[in-house]
Design a binder for this molecule. Structure first.
Ligand SMILES: [Fe+2]
Ligand SMILES: [Fe+2]
Length: 245
């Protein structure tokens, strides 16, 4: 898929979302987390995961897809799930306003646990299917609409920069992130894990869910310690920076 394909663009937008979800899903009430960091995570989710990204899905691509003669239930399922994520964020916002940190963390963690599965289905099932029902001109029109949203809300680089800040800030406190790498397409997966590994602060650990052992990835992570862990039905491993480096 070319980088100029709207489905490729939406797939890549999932990566910073998975990045933030990885940090949030390891968050516990016992962590001494700054409420400002949680507010930043909420802001990221509202602005980039919801407005910037879900708007492209719902208001542009899904809306046009529903006009075609296709089975629309997978699209409707995704829209319902967007609503579920909005509900979690509404609760998190309310809790933060009331100073109820415990409930805010619970809702953000739930969002972090929920979103990778949603993204997994879009990346691996819905998007490849929808890609085939639109012709060149329709995709060009999507790209024009996407550019308008980029101009309005600040583009992918801003999205990624904000995700990186949140990821590092949270990991400084929690020391761990749970990365559901299986939701990232195979061709980008190793690079994604390497990117997060390099980004994590000293002494932090990444717990990565993968599909199978990857020697290529291990080579790319030479400067890290990798420890395989037993997880039911999943190939998982832990990454941390080697000491004395
Ligand atoms: Fe979605
Ligand atoms: Fe999505």
């Amino acid at each position: 898929m070319s980088e100029k394909n709207p489905f490729r663009i939406m797939t890549k937008e999932h990566y910073p979302i998975i990045e933030v979800a990885s940090a949030l899903s390891a968050l516990k009430i016992t962590h001494d987390i700054d409420p400002e960091t949680l507010k930043k995570a909420v802001e990221f989710i509202k602005r980039f995961a919801d407005q910037y990204h879900h708007e492209k899905e719902e208001k542009i691509v899904f809306e046009q897809a529903k006009k075609k003669k296709i089975e629309t239930s997978p699209i409707e399922a995704m829209e319902r799930e967007h609503e579920t994520t909005r509900e979690r964020i509404r609760e998190a916002v309310e809790s933060l306003e009331n100073g109820d940190l415990k409930n805010a963390i619970a809702n953000l963690r739930e969002w972090g646990n929920f979103i990778p599965d949603h993204i997994d289905r879009e990346n691996h099932s819905l998007f490849p299917g929808l890609d085939g029902i639109f012709d060149y001109d329709e995709k060009e029109e999507f790209l024009r609409e996407f550019e308008r949203i980029d101009d309005e809300l600040g583009g992918y680089d801003n999205m990624e920069r904000m995700a990186d800040e949140i990821f590092v800030e949270i990991l400084k406190k929690t020391g761990n992130a749970i990365v559901e790498a299986r939701s990232i397409p195979r061709e980008d997966r190793d690079e994604f894990v390497v990117r997060l590994s390099k980004l994590m602060p000293e002494n932090a650990t990444l717990t990565v869910m993968y599909d199978e052992k990857s020697e290529e990835l291990e080579r790319m992570l030479e400067e890290f310690e990798i420890e395989e862990i037993k997880k039911k039905g999943v190939y998982a491993f832990r990454i941390k920076k080697k000491k004395n480096k």
